[in-house]
Design a protein around this ligand. Structure first.
Ligand SMILES: Cc1ncc(C[n+]2csc(CCOP(=O)(O)OP(=O)(O)O)c2C)c(N)n1
Ligand SMILES: [Mg+2]
Length: 288
């Protein structure tokens, strides 16, 4: 994929279009990995690609791929660790490891496990996969920054079905208690979990009011609008002394017609023909 630096981009609209192309590349890369491994989580990879592209390629996160453990870096926790295809593709695109390593997804002895492992892969901050663990870890990280008087921030991406795990709400209570305004929870609100719609299993609404009742400052944003995402991230922290919750409204399977809003594509595996169709619809190619 042609590498363009941000400095070469003129205005915010051009920047957003550039991010959109990066996100679509992440989408096709994740689907290619799933096709290769015959396993993966296509729907959630596709819903979160714009958020991940904005965070990493939009320079929202202060990270340095050359120094993955740079102490002053912002921390990002991929709590919805099952969407490792999109996460690994983003990390590779940002330069944490070679794109060619994406070929090894889920191979024996690969560092690219089905779920991210911080002991194996640069750029991974926390081992996730069991739902409901990322936010508690992120709260601990944010508290550590506060105690050390450090200015780095902690971003955590959670699934909406994942929020059905009670550990999230224990962590939320802790975040408000310590007034962790260096913590930003992003909810991938695609309204589908495994096998069904969230509202048919355990109703999540009124989701914004729930977070607000835990004394988070809540913002709702179109999770596929890069300009809106950039503006929202630029306004952090929204309120001093309060943790932030961004509810990103997304579509599970976004960008690929046969996967959009279909619970079966939570862990659907694309055939070669479907991969070719996705490539045409997304307007990108993956050659790693
Ligand atoms: C504790 C735990 N229970 C069950 C699972 C199996 N599981 C993997 S993904 C998933 C659904 C997650 O839905 P959501 O958080 O909405 O993710 P997304 O839609 O973003 O893919 C489930 C139940 C798990 N990984 N961890
Ligand atoms: Mg979901």
């Amino acid at each position: 994929m042609k590498q363009t630096t941000q400095e070469q981009l003129n205005g915010p609209k051009e920047h957003a279009a550039w991010l959109s192309a990066k996100a679509n590349w992440i989408r096709l890369s994740a689907m290619t990995m799933t096709n290769h491994a015959r396993l993966g989580h296509t729907g959630g990879d596709l819903s979160s690609a714009d958020i991940l592209a904005t965070l990493y390629m939009g320079q929202v996160l202060k990270v340095d791929p050359g120094r993955p453990l740079w102490p002053q870096r912002d921390r990002f926790v991929m709590s919805k660790g099952h969407c490792s295809g999109a996460f690994y593709s983003t990390l590779a695109l940002r330069g944490f490891f070679p794109l060619s390593q994406l070929k090894t997804f889920m191979d024996p002895l690969s560092m690219l496990n089905g779920h991210p492992d911080r002991n194996k892969l640069a750029g991974v901050e926390a081992n996730t996969g069991p739902l409901g663990h990322g936010l508690p870890i992120a709260v601990g990280m944010a508290l550590a920054a506060r105690m050390r008087k450090e200015s780095w921030r902690v971003f955590v991406l959670v699934g909406d079905g994942e929020l059905q795990e009670g550990s999230n709400w224990e962590a939320a209570m802790c975040a408000q208690q310590y007034e962790l305004d260096n913590l930003i929870v992003i909810v991938d609100r695609n309204r589908i979990q495994q096998g069904d719609f969230t509202e048919s299993t355990i109703c999540m609404e009124p989701l914004a009011d729930r977070w607000a009742s835990f004394r988070f400052e809540v913002k709702e944003v179109d999770g596929h609008d890069h300009l809106a995402l950039l503006q929202t991230f630029a306004s952090l922290p929204v309120v001093t002394g309060k943790p932030t919750c961004l509810i990103a409204k997304t579509i599970k399977g976004k960008g690929v017609s046969f996967a959009e809003n279909k619970p079966a594509w939570h862990h659907g595996v694309p055939t070669k023909e479907q991969l070719d169709q996705a490539s045409r619809e997304l307007g990108v190619e993956v050659t790693w």
